[in-house]
Design a protein around this ligand. Structure first.
Ligand code: SF4
Ligand code: SF4
Length: 375
């Protein structure tokens, strides 16, 4: 395992375990299969992974419960634990302390190594500022209940610059992968952090798994080079950057865990030939995205009608590539009637939760009409 020493006297694994896509008991629920998920964590820890990332909202709170029941069987000092304060919840309960104390209890720990203001965008930033959340985090740091303070970001460049200027951060978490490097200007955010000497934590290095799946043309670019998985190139792209503290991967099965461990046990920097391949794959993959959804699931927390938003977008992206009308019609019909796009009432609740800034109701409306239009 490769380690980073960007934070003084800490040895943090370059591969971080994101606890948001753990195996579930039933795909239609948020209940994590603790036994299966525990096996993944055991393998990761045995192989040297020591950074674990959860959040208040992951799996409707089950991810933090999993930490409290399973991860904490390991000695507290043997792992770094990161979790996050949900700005959306502060809208109805403007008391960060209440949420924080609840998280400590749910995770069964006395302190968090890394604590983030979650998914900051222009709207949520205002909520954090109104509720004094940053000042609260500093107080918790003083009391030893937080070791490092940061935020995860999905907002505008001007907000990013302002937050770096106005507050003091130990680290910042951004979406960074070879596809978004130019596309969503991850490069600019990364460079700003580098200039200020603030370590960067990478989220979505494989873009919700889509840079593993790719499309046939992009996949062929990598298979011509080696048998290594497409995901391994995406992870190495992020991990090779000198100011990256750890790269989070939301692992959900043993195959992924083992593949990632293999990646982070070998050579990280991409060769010139590999860099060319990555750039080529990004161009070939661009046409894949009818909807740039990463399946993060944040919108699901907001939707009053429990619409299966990421599943619907995934089907539509597949259809965009295959143009297989019959296959799309069949799989769209397989989405339970009480979760399909036709139930969208265009309330817009989901939009502010979406880190990719997708106009979800508009896309759903369009997709729902597709089966009729193709017959
Ligand atoms: S706009 Fe549609 S998809 Fe979004 S929260 Fe409202 S009902 Fe759900
Ligand atoms: S629509 Fe947006 S919030 Fe919902 S899963 Fe996709 S990326 Fe995440």
């Amino acid at each position: 395992m490769q380690y980073s020493s960007l934070i003084k006297s800490e040895k943090i694994s370059k591969l971080g375990f994101g606890l948001m896509r753990l195996p579930k008991i039933d795909e239609n629920s948020e209940d994590i299969d603790f036994e299966k998920a525990g096996e993944l964590v055991d393998i990761a820890i045995k192989s040297g992974v020591n950074y674990f990332d959860t959040a208040f909202v992951y799996n409707g709170g089950n991810s933090e419960e999993f930490v409290g029941e399973v991860l904490t069987k390991y000695p507290r000092k043997s792992f770094y634990l990161a979790t996050k304060l949900p700005g959306w919840s502060l809208k109805t309960n403007p008391n960060p302390k209440e949420l924080f104390d609840f998280q400590l209890e749910r995770c069964n720990v006395e302190y968090f190594d890394f604590y983030l203001l979650h998914s900051v965008n222009d709207d949520i930033a205002e909520v954090f500022e109104k509720t004094g959340s940053y000042e609260f985090l500093r107080q918790m740091k003083k009391e030893g209940k937080i070791k490092n303070i940061g935020f995860s970001f999905h907002g505008s460049l001007s907000l990013f610059k302002r937050w770096l200027k106005e507050y003091e951060w130990d680290f910042v978490q951004i979406q960074l992968n070879y596809y978004d490097w130019e596309n969503q200007d991850a490069k600019t955010l990364y460079r700003l952090l580098e200039e200020k000497g603030i370590p960067c934590i990478v989220m979505e290095p494989v873009r919700g798994g889509s840079l593993q799946k790719l499309n046939d043309e992009a996949r062929a670019v990598f298979s011509e080079l080696s048998d290594d998985s497409p995901a391994s190139y995406a992870l190495r792209f992020a991990a090779q950057l000198p100011n990256v503290l750890t790269v989070l991967s939301g692992m959900s099965d043993k195959e992924q865990v083992l593949d990632n461990i293999k990646t982070f046990s070998g050579n990280i920097p991409l060769s010139e030939e590999e860099t060319t391949a990555v750039n080529k794959a990004a161009v070939l993959f661009r046409k894949n995205f009818a909807v740039p959804c990463t399946s993060c699931g944040y919108c699901l927390e907001a939707c009053p009608n429990s619409i299966a938003i990421p599943d619907i977008f995934m089907l539509f992206n597949e259809y965009n590539l295959s143009r297989d009308d019959a296959a799309f019609n069949k799989s769209y019909k397989d989405i339970p009637k009480n979760k399909n796009a036709g139930l969208c009432v265009e309330c817009g609740e989901c939009i502010e939760h979406c880190p990719q800034k997708i106009d979800i109701p508009k896309k759903l409306k369009h997709i729902h009409k597709v089966p009729d239009s193709i017959g």
